[in-house]
Design a protein around this ligand. Structure first.
Ligand SMILES: [Zn+2]
Ligand SMILES: [Zn+2]
Length: 260
């Protein structure tokens, strides 16, 4: 594939998420759980032009994904897309949100964007695959899924064969089990409507990674129940066992990560 879609992971984790996907004719902002000021600061650090943002996509209503959106939406003229369940949350309800359903395809910024469902403890979560279509298959494809306790079959199909694949590596199962969280929170995080562990992400890779996959990014890494090097090691070992050699990166809570 040709690198036509660039991914700016400006923040990833339970303290705030924000990503800009830049296509051939502009870009889209996916979630914003950090302030507008911090979004602009981080975008500036990596030369990500927020003036090119044509639309905002929202995955779900947890504050680490929508916390910054009320202020951002006030200053943004373009469309905001979310499922009806997500659009009805307190922070988005005052705004004119275009509702989308799973399986629908949006055409924005020169990209074909497919929405697919996740499994998380909110009204109606979704994630996206971004593609630049070509005559005989996609010219480029980027996709990721975070905030999901399991990967649905639709998610596995949608994420298969992306050049850049982001997958949630929220926790190390042992660190979660022996970590500081109270029992109910451990059950929530590790449950089928919580977050994917390093091990679950690694187990999904055979369904997702193909010869087209150049980069695998571990995302939404917990600061209490995981370490970036553990996520990298677990993903790398799984890829090695498959005989695949994409590079493995980890998105950060504090530093932007750019994938070209
Ligand atoms: Zn989250
Ligand atoms: Zn969430």
């Amino acid at each position: 594939m040709t690198p036509l879609i660039h991914l700016y992971l400006l923040a990833s984790g339970s303290k705030g998420n924000a990503a800009v996907v830049e296509g051939p004719e502009g870009s889209v902002l996916v979630d914003c759980g950090i302030s507008r000021k911090e979004l602009r600061r981080r975008a500036g650090l990596v030369d990500c032009d927020l003036g090119r943002v044509r639309a905002i996509l929202v995955t779900h209503e947890h504050s680490d994904h929508v916390g910054g959106l009320p202020v951002i939406c006030k200053h943004f003229d373009g469309p905001v897309y979310a499922t009806a369940g997500t659009a009805s949350c307190t922070r988005l309800a005052p705004f004119d949100v275009t509702t989308v359903r799973h399986g629908c395809t949006l055409s924005l910024a020169g990209m074909r964007i497919q929405a697919f469902p996740l499994s998380h403890d909110v009204a109606d979560p979704m994630a996206f695959r971004f593609e630049v279509p070509g005559d005989d298959g996609p010219r480029d494809a980027v996709g990721w899924a975070t905030d999901t306790g399991v990967l649905t079959d639709e998610a596995r199909r949608a994420l298969r064969g992306c050049r850049t694949l982001g997958i949630e590596t929220n926790h190390d199962p042992d660190m979660l089990a022996h970590g500081p969280y109270p029992y109910y929170l451990k059950a929530r995080v590790g449950g089928s409507h919580g977050h994917l562990s390093n091990v679950q992400a690694a187990e999904a890779l055979p369904d997702l990674v193909t010869s087209r996959t150049e980069t695998v990014v571990g995302m939404h890494v917990s600061e209490k129940n995981n370490r970036p090097e553990l996520a990298i090691r677990t993903l790398s070992e799984a890829l090695e066992a498959m005989g695949r050699t994409p590079r493995v990166r980890v998105a950060s809570q504090t530093q932007p990560l750019v994938i070209w």
